[in-house]
Design a protein around this ligand. Structure first.
Ligand code: ZN
Length: 631
């Protein structure tokens, strides 16, 4: 019998068949090595992560990221992957493979997007690289046991090398190790690029902490990324019996790289600098660590360890109740495997605590000075940023952080005590002149509501929009930058800058932030950085090794236009003291450079050309990360 469709059915069918608008999903799944290829083909190492979906060209290349697979050593280009190709899309990206360069391109892109997303989520705004340039990523840039960020070309370059023939660790002797396949190394280098984007003078070493700070943030972001991969987290929780502070995979950085270069251990860990001599690891923090440890990566490890101390406290505080419930009130987990349900809860708490700690570390950037950062400044920024949003400190993160800095001997130079209230950056106050109203007043005039409204819609990256065509009528961004520069000129002294027509004050970027505090209210601020360069004098090159000398101030304006915080780094010409503490001056910078010269064993062989730019060479990321990695 022939089947005939009823006319009503036909009608129904046609209606159902009307084309639905198919939209691309918000997120794109992609496969990566969770850690690095060394951990093998296990479910916990080959994972699928999701990243924000964006329009992609072959490369992958997007509005902000461009993967260029050029090998400078061999002078070849590898064919770029098309992540929108059907067969690749259907499988959530190419399968992890050491031998397919297209997978390498996919992995660096995916991890870069993850890092970028972490920053954007914490900062509450979209980041662009300076002057709308893409961040270029070269997964096989050169042969060599190194990877680095090059600020001059806005590129991240990854090397590859043959594993140590004598001591390859868990690699095969001579096996090719690709630094671009290490999740940690990619995250570390991309973080350098983002830090440079947020604070472009932080690769100018004007004190011992500046370069170490760059390294520390890069490691903090890389290690916290481990906690965003549920497979890794669950495995480790089970293995470490719920105690995340024991040395292990989660806290190790770049294991394959460390092994490949004959170190037989991970490159660094979150537990502090290695003890070189007696092999005792992790190192117990000591009160003179901050005074003694000088190499940027090792010094950075101090900051990393301090942040992780605070994270462990937050995690313990989060899981205390549930562990007590699960153990009939003892709070002590019995030996043997932790029940799967409990692992699920612990993993969720660990992931949340990690996300919050990382967000706290990133948000603090908004409260850092534009130049000459110190670890003490960072502690103050962390406390200010966090207290501003979450006054109650529910999981005792801030007190744990302050304690973690204290036990390592890290004190801000300009505070009287380590109480939270004294660490918060000051709101400018001046005693009132009239006796009728003795309340101290803010000496800085507020910006008008209209200006604040204008600024809220914009963001400037370059100096005064300097790249714009001079003949063109000023853009709204440029006009806003001018308004801010005028404000800074009129209030130079109060902003701790030098008044006068010279040296020139420029606004070094401003942007609004929109954040939601624990009271559920949206807090809107406008952050601006002002910079002033000290005019160079004859003989400066020899004295300061090519370093340019700046003073700078970060100002945080509230929604009403009033100055809420002032974070200033003045540069004094004289060696001055205040309340018994030495202020930042040309003399303190010179002393720091002299100490580096003393440590430089090749100093007597150096020529004048080198001497006049020695501080620039010392801040070179390529040389720096080589030291730190293959040391
Ligand atoms: Zn680095």
């Amino acid at each position: 019998m022939k089947y005939e469709r009823a006319p009503e059915y036909e009608q129904q069918f046609t209606r159902l068949n009307t084309p639905y608008a198919s939209e691309w999903p918000d997120r794109r799944p992609l496969k990566i090595f969770a850690l690095d290829p060394l951990r093998g083909k296990t479910a916990a190492n080959e994972v699928t992560i999701t990243i924000p979906n964006e329009n992609l060209k072959r490369g992958p290349a997007s509005e902000r990221i461009k993967v260029i697979d050029y090998d400078g050593t061999l002078n070849v280009y590898y064919a770029p992957v098309d992540l929108d190709e059907g067969p690749i899309l259907m499988r959530n990206g190419l399968d992890p493979s050491e031998s397919d360069p297209r997978f390498h391109q996919q992995m660096v892109y995916a991890v870069t997007m993850r890092v970028l997303e972490n920053f954007e989520r914490a900062l509450g705004r979209r980041l662009h690289f300076a002057r709308e340039k893409q961040l270029r990523i070269l997964p096989h840039a050169f042969r060599g046991a190194n990877a680095f960020f090059d600020p001059s070309t806005n590129s991240v370059l990854f090397g590859y090398f043959a594993a140590d023939a004598v001591d390859p660790g868990e690699n095969l002797p001579g096996q090719t190790v690709f630094s671009c396949l290490s999740h940690d190394i990619v995250a570390h280098e991309v973080t350098h690029a983002i830090v440079h984007r947020l604070r472009r003078h932080y690769n100018e070493p004007t004190n011992l902490d500046v370069l170490a700070f760059h390294e520390a943030i890069a490691d903090i972001v890389a290690i916290f990324q481990h906690f965003t991969i549920p497979e890794v987290l669950r495995n480790e929780l089970q293995r470490q019996h719920g105690d995340l502070s024991r040395p292990g995979t989660l806290l190790e950085l770049a294991k394959q790289f460390g092994h490949g270069t004959g170190r037989s251990e991970a490159l660094r860990t979150a537990l502090g600098p290695d003890e070189d001599s007696d092999g005792e690891k992790p190192k117990r923090p000591k009160a003179d660590d901050y005074l003694k440890i000088r190499e940027p990566h090792a010094r950075g490890s101090l900051l990393v360890a301090a942040v992780f101390d605070a994270f462990f406290v937050a995690y313990q505080n989060r899981i205390r109740d549930v562990v007590r419930l699960a153990t009939n009130g003892t709070g002590v987990l019995p030996t043997g495997d932790i029940p799967s349900d409990l692992v699920t809860i612990l993993a969720a708490e660990a992931a949340t605590a990690a996300q919050q700690t990382l967000a706290m570390c990133i948000r603090a950037f908004e409260f850092l000075p534009p130049v000459d950062v110190t670890f003490g400044d960072y502690l103050r920024a962390l406390v200010t940023a966090d207290r501003d949003l979450y006054p109650e400190d529910r999981f005792q993160m801030r007190s744990a952080l302050i304690e973690a800095f204290r036990v390592r001997g890290i004190y801000p130079g300009d505070v009287d005590s380590l109480a939270e209230e004294s660490l918060v950056w000051p709101t400018p106050k001046k005693p009132s002149a009239t006796t009728a109203n003795p309340e101290p007043k803010n000496p800085l005039p507020p910006l008008s509501r209209q200006v604040i409204g204008d600024l809220m819609a914009r963001e400037v990256l370059g100096e005064d929009g300097e790249d714009e065509d001079d003949d063109a009528p000023p853009s709204a961004e440029r006009a806003a930058a001018w308004t801010l520069t005028d404000y800074a000129k009129e209030n130079a002294a109060e902003l701790k800058l030098t008044p006068g027509p010279d040296p020139k004050i420029s606004v070094h970027g401003f942007h609004p932030t929109f954040r939601i505090g624990s009271n559920g209210r949206v807090r809107v601020d406008v952050h601006a950085q002002f910079i002033q360069e000290r005019p160079p004098k004859p003989g400066d090159e020899a004295s300061y090794g090519g370093l340019r000398l700046y003073s700078g101030t970060t100002v945080v304006f509230g929604e009403d236009g009033a100055v809420r915080y002032l974070i200033a780094k003045p540069l004094s010409e004289e060696d001055a003291k205040k309340r018994g503490k030495r202020l930042r001056s040309l003399a303190t910078i010179k002393e720091y450079i002299d100490a580096l010269d003393d440590e430089d064993r090749e100093m007597i062989w150096r020529d004048d050309v080198f001497l006049q730019r020695r501080m620039i060479e010392r801040a070179n990321f390529a040389a720096l990360d080589r030291q730190g990695k293959a040391r």
